[in-house]
Structure formats: C-alpha cells, structure tokens
Design a protein around this ligand. Structure first.
Ligand code: SF4
Length: 210
C-alpha cells in the first residue's frame, strides 16, 4: 500500500545482538570451510525465490547458510529466553517454517537439491551450548503455497481497493498476535489503518519490540 512505516522497532539491542551473531556465525562457517572441509558451507548467498511466475513478484533473499554435504538450508535465529522455551514446547513460528522453505525453493532454483531445512536458535542471553536446532524435511509445496497466497492477497487488494473503500477491509482479515509488535505498521490504539494498525494489544499492554 506504500503507507508510511510507524513502528521504529523500539530498543535496537536485540537486532544489534542478532546482526553481530550472524556476522560471527558467518566467520565461523568460513573458518570451517577454510580449515576443515573446503566448500562445505555456502554462506550468506542470495537466492532467487520467485521470478514472478508464482506470486507475481520477483523475490530473492540472503540465506544464512547451506550445507552442501547434508543438503540442509540453515537459518540462524537469535532469541530471548521465553521465545526459546515457547518454540521448544509449542513448536516454531509458522512464519519461520515458511521462510526456511522459501529459502529452500531459492536453493532449488539455483540448481541445488535441498532435503532438510533447519532453524538454529541461539540464546540471546545464554551460552553457545544453549543452541537448539529445529529441522524438518524440505517442503517445496509450503513455499509455493506461501507465494500463491501473496499473489492472492495482492489480487484481492486490487479488486477490493480498501484504501478508497475502508469497509472492504473486513474481507481481508488479519490475524493479530503478540508478534504484531515487530510489524512495521503496528500502532497500538490506532483507529485508522492508514495511520497504523492496532494489532491485538491495547496501548498499555504494548512494550517495545524485544
Ligand atoms: S495485525 Fe499485526 S502484523 Fe498484521 S498489520 Fe496489524 S499490526 Fe501488523
């Protein structure tokens, strides 16, 4: 919609720690390639997920790592203690699972044959030994379904034109959750979507992104 971003993300420390950790992990995998197994890991490479044929958009992304020996897509996540506990007990976020499979599709488009997708969770406030890895069989259909969904949302937006006809928003249900605090358009208490989306939190429940 090209509406202005209203959520600055709050305290930047989590993303600073996350970026620094990604840099360190890239260096660690490069060292492994150099000293132990040349060429094993492809690191921070850009993959083309869709050329527009499925979603209508040209989409690409930088994947944290690809293990050419085990054909595993690897995505690093740096998380707080409560998120780590939740993912271990309740399962990982659907968004993460789909993201990993979209990277898998990107690697497949590049001529590789991914078999497994892995999310490597590092504790933001703990020790390296707290690393916990979630894995799943690569699911091409999950990636294709997500791309088709994106195209369907775009088509619905064009057809309904909720910007000019705000009542049409009711035909585009959003599932608000605690993850709304990470959304660039999250504005607690907002009653005008063109200014910001209230998500599912009242202003006094709102805390900066963590
Ligand atoms: S429901 Fe949440 S994630 Fe969706 S637009 Fe609103 S604030 Fe963003």
């Amino acid at each position: 919609m090209d509406w202005p971003v209203v959520n600055d993300g709050g305290d930047p420390w989590p993303s600073i720690v996350g970026t620094a950790t990604h840099d360190w992990l890239a260096g660690a995998l490069e060292s492994h390639n150099r000293e132990k197994e040349p060429g094993r890991f492809l690191i921070e490479e850009r993959v083309r997920v869709d050329d527009g044929a499925v979603s209508g958009y040209r989409l690409s992304g930088s994947c944290d790592a690809y293990d050419t020996r085990t054909h595993t897509v690897i995505d690093h996540k740096v998380v707080g203690e409560s998120a780590m506990r939740k993912y271990k007990t309740e399962g990982v976020r659907e968004q993460y699972r789909i993201q990993a499979n979209l990277y898998g599709l990107g690697w497949e488009n590049a001529g590789y044959r991914p078999e497994t997708v892995a999310l490597a969770f590092y504790p933001r406030g703990g020790m390296l030994g707290g690393l916990w890895v979630w894995t799943s069989e690569y699911d091409r259909q999950a990636a294709l379904d997500a791309l088709k969904r994106l195209g369907a949302i775009r088509d619905a937006l064009i057809a309904l034109d909720p910007e000019a006809r705000p009542r049409m928003w009711s035909h585009l249900p959003a599932t608000a959750s605690s993850a709304c605090r990470f959304c660039p358009w999250w504005k607690p208490g907002s009653s005008d979507l063109a200014v910001g989306c209230p998500g599912d939190l009242t202003p006094d429940q709102a805390t900066p992104a963590a």
